[in-house]
Design a protein around this ligand. Structure first.
Ligand SMILES: [Zn+2]
Length: 587
């Protein structure tokens, strides 16, 4: 039930050796400065880059995973820091690369590639580079910017220190008299189990009061994130920060704006669903954290092994290759299952080229945890498909398509549950709620957050102050617009902007949960409806890894996100599900 990191390095000594090799490669990469126009040197340089991929990424993976198992272990933390420093050095050492390649020119580079098949895997990267050309500065300016890379990332580290390392979990006395320690990763489960509004309030506030106490610090940390985005946007001559984030993957801004537009103008089914919830749950007042409450109840616990079995059963009609990938993804030693002191909260799958992916869970035996397993397994399977078909530099898929495989598994698991539930009323309600909540949290909530990021970036772009109050104001307005809820009546909810790590770690990330959700719903429905070739096209997408631009990859797989229709389809599905729920509740 724990990770076996000896797959990466059999011992700490082996790790240290790998780390030193990484440093040596970084040093030699720097010696190619001014020489890339010589074909032989060009070849050698990219061969060395491949070497770095092999050893450097393995080192990073090991240090990161080890540290995530216990964020309080300072030895692990400093090991990771050393690797991060090495990566900053890499950026400095190779900052000459892009300006030099641009100076050599696209025609010459492409000739090099044609003549030397061993570097062909870099071709797509070069094409991307020449697209970005107008945003890349001269040699001197790039070197200057590289000096500030580490500083520009400091918001993330500060956020992590404040939210993970320094966090003090509060004790709450439950109505039963039991005193429990409430943490970021267990509070949802306690609210879900709670039958009293006061108790739920206490549990919620135990987590969220922290964000109010530290609201100015959080606002200032976020300000550094926004300032770094804004400075880079200006230095690289983008129109807006959003443009700077979408440009590299050639995502048309229409995709972002269509999504936001469709979600915010179709909030009727959300509001109808919340009314139904309030009525069924018999609540005089509805709070945001009441979303964790179940409309129908089951004490059923799912042991981890059962969760795995359920997941495997759900995919048993899919091709063998797909099933094999699922087995491999969840193999012993590659899933760290249960919560532990100091362990990173939440869940993820982490993969590096040509290496077996690792899954982190904080498994607590709920139905939601079963879906989380299927979700993370989807990510790992995606990586396994890509590593089978693509050279190492083209395996890493963009975050834009990353959530397709994960949510595809979830749609499928849900249908499996529905068809095997023998259709008791309670079970039908639970599963419908699950499907609706999925759209609520992945499509609507993430789009709300995406609009928040857009508004926050607009503040910095238009020279407005970034304060806790300003950030809260954006959230207050959005919750009103989307849910018809006044979150100022709820203690601390307005600080939800400090609670979401993605805003700090990876700006303009979360909208991709919603776009991915829309894409995977369409691909899944094509498979379910036996559209000829649908599963092959889907596997084609997984195998394509990061070998093409994501919107194009999705069009090839059968879904066009530049068209509003893909998002309207999610809204229609939401309406259908809420209709069904109303019918079942009246049965
Ligand atoms: Zn995911």
């Amino acid at each position: 039930m724990k990770w076996d990191l000896s797959y990466l390095f059999p011992s700490l000594e082996a790790y240290e050796k790998g780390y030193k090799e990484t440093l040596a490669i970084i040093q030699s990469l720097a010696t190619f400065k001014g020489k890339l126009h010589i074909e032989e040197k060009f070849k050698e340089y990219f061969a060395l880059q491949k070497e770095f991929q092999k050893i450097g990424l393995r080192v990073y993976q090991y240090a990161m995973l080890k540290s995530d198992l216990n964020k309080k272990d300072t030895v692990d933390a400093s090991r990771l820091q050393l690797v991060q420093i090495a990566y900053h050095k890499l950026q400095e050492a190779t900052s000459f690369e892009e300006p030099e390649l641009i100076a050599i020119g696209k025609d010459q580079i492409m000739e090099f590639v044609e003549r030397n098949p061993e570097i062909k895997e870099f071709k797509f990267g070069f094409e991307k580079l020449f697209l970005r050309q107008k945003h890349i500065l001269d040699d001197k300016s790039e070197a200057l910017l590289a000096n500030f890379n580490s500083l520009a990332q400091s918001g993330r580290e500060l956020y992590s220190s404040l939210s993970v390392a320094d966090i003090e979990n509060q004790d709450v006395m439950l109505d039963s008299g039991e005193i429990v320690q409430i943490s970021n990763s267990n509070y949802r489960a306690y609210i879900q189990k709670s039958a009293s509004p006061e108790e739920r309030k206490d549990i919620f506030e135990a987590v969220f009061s922290y964000y109010e106490v530290h609201k100015h610090t959080y606002a200032n940390i976020y300000k550094t994130v926004l300032e770094a985005d804004y400075a880079l946007m200006k230095a690289r001559k983008y129109e807006t920060c959003l443009d700077s984030y979408l440009f590299n993957n050639q995502i048309p801004t229409a995709v972002f704006h269509n999504l936001a537009q469709v979600a915010r103008t179709h909030t009727e089914p959300i509001k109808r669903y919340l009314k139904i919830r309030q009525e069924v749950l018999g609540l005089s007042e509805y709070h945001t954290y009441d979303r964790f409450l179940d409309l129908a109840h089951s004490d059923k616990e799912y042991e981890f092994e059962d969760a795995k079995k359920l997941f495997f059963e759900s995919i048993k009609n899919f091709p063998d290759t797909f099933q094999k990938k699922a087995k491999t993804a969840t193999e012993k030693g590659f899933v760290d299952v249960y919560e532990a002191p100091g362990k990173r909260t939440g869940a993820y799958s982490s993969s590096m080229p040509d290496l077996h992916p690792y899954i982190l869970l904080n498994y607590s035996k709920t139905l939601a945890d079963v879906f989380t397993l299927a979700h993370e397994a989807g990510h790992s399977m995606h990586s396994l498909y890509a590593s089978e078909k693509q050279p190492s530099t083209l395996q890493d898929y963009t975050i834009f398509v990353a959530e397709v495989a994960s949510t595809f598994n979830e749609h499928n698991l849900l249908d499996h549950f529905i068809h095997n539930s023998n259709a008791l009323k309670e079970e039908k309600i639970m599963l419908l709620q699950r499907a609706i909540d999925d759209i609520m949290s992945t499509f609507y909530r993430q789009t709300l957050f995406a609009i928040y990021e857009l508004e926050a970036h607009k503040l910095i772009e238009s020279g407005q102050p970034i304060t806790a109050d300003n950030l809260s104001k954006i959230m207050i307005d959005l919750y009103q617009e989307f849910y018809d809820l006044d979150i100022t009546k709820e203690g601390f909810k307005q600080y939800v902007w400090a609670y979401i790590p993605h805003f700090f770690y990876t700006p303009y990330y979360v909208y991709q949960y919603a776009t991915s959700f829309a894409a995977s719903l369409k691909l899944y429905e094509d498979v379910k409806n036996n559209i000829p070739g649908a599963f092959d096209r889907y596997q084609g997408l997984l195998s394509s890894g990061g070998s093409d631009f994501p919107v194009k990859q999705l069009i090839d797989a059968g879904v066009d996100l530049t068209n509003e229709a893909a998002f309207v389809a999610v809204v229609n599905r939401m309406k259908e599900l809420v209709d069904q729920l109303e019918v079942v509740l009246k049965e």
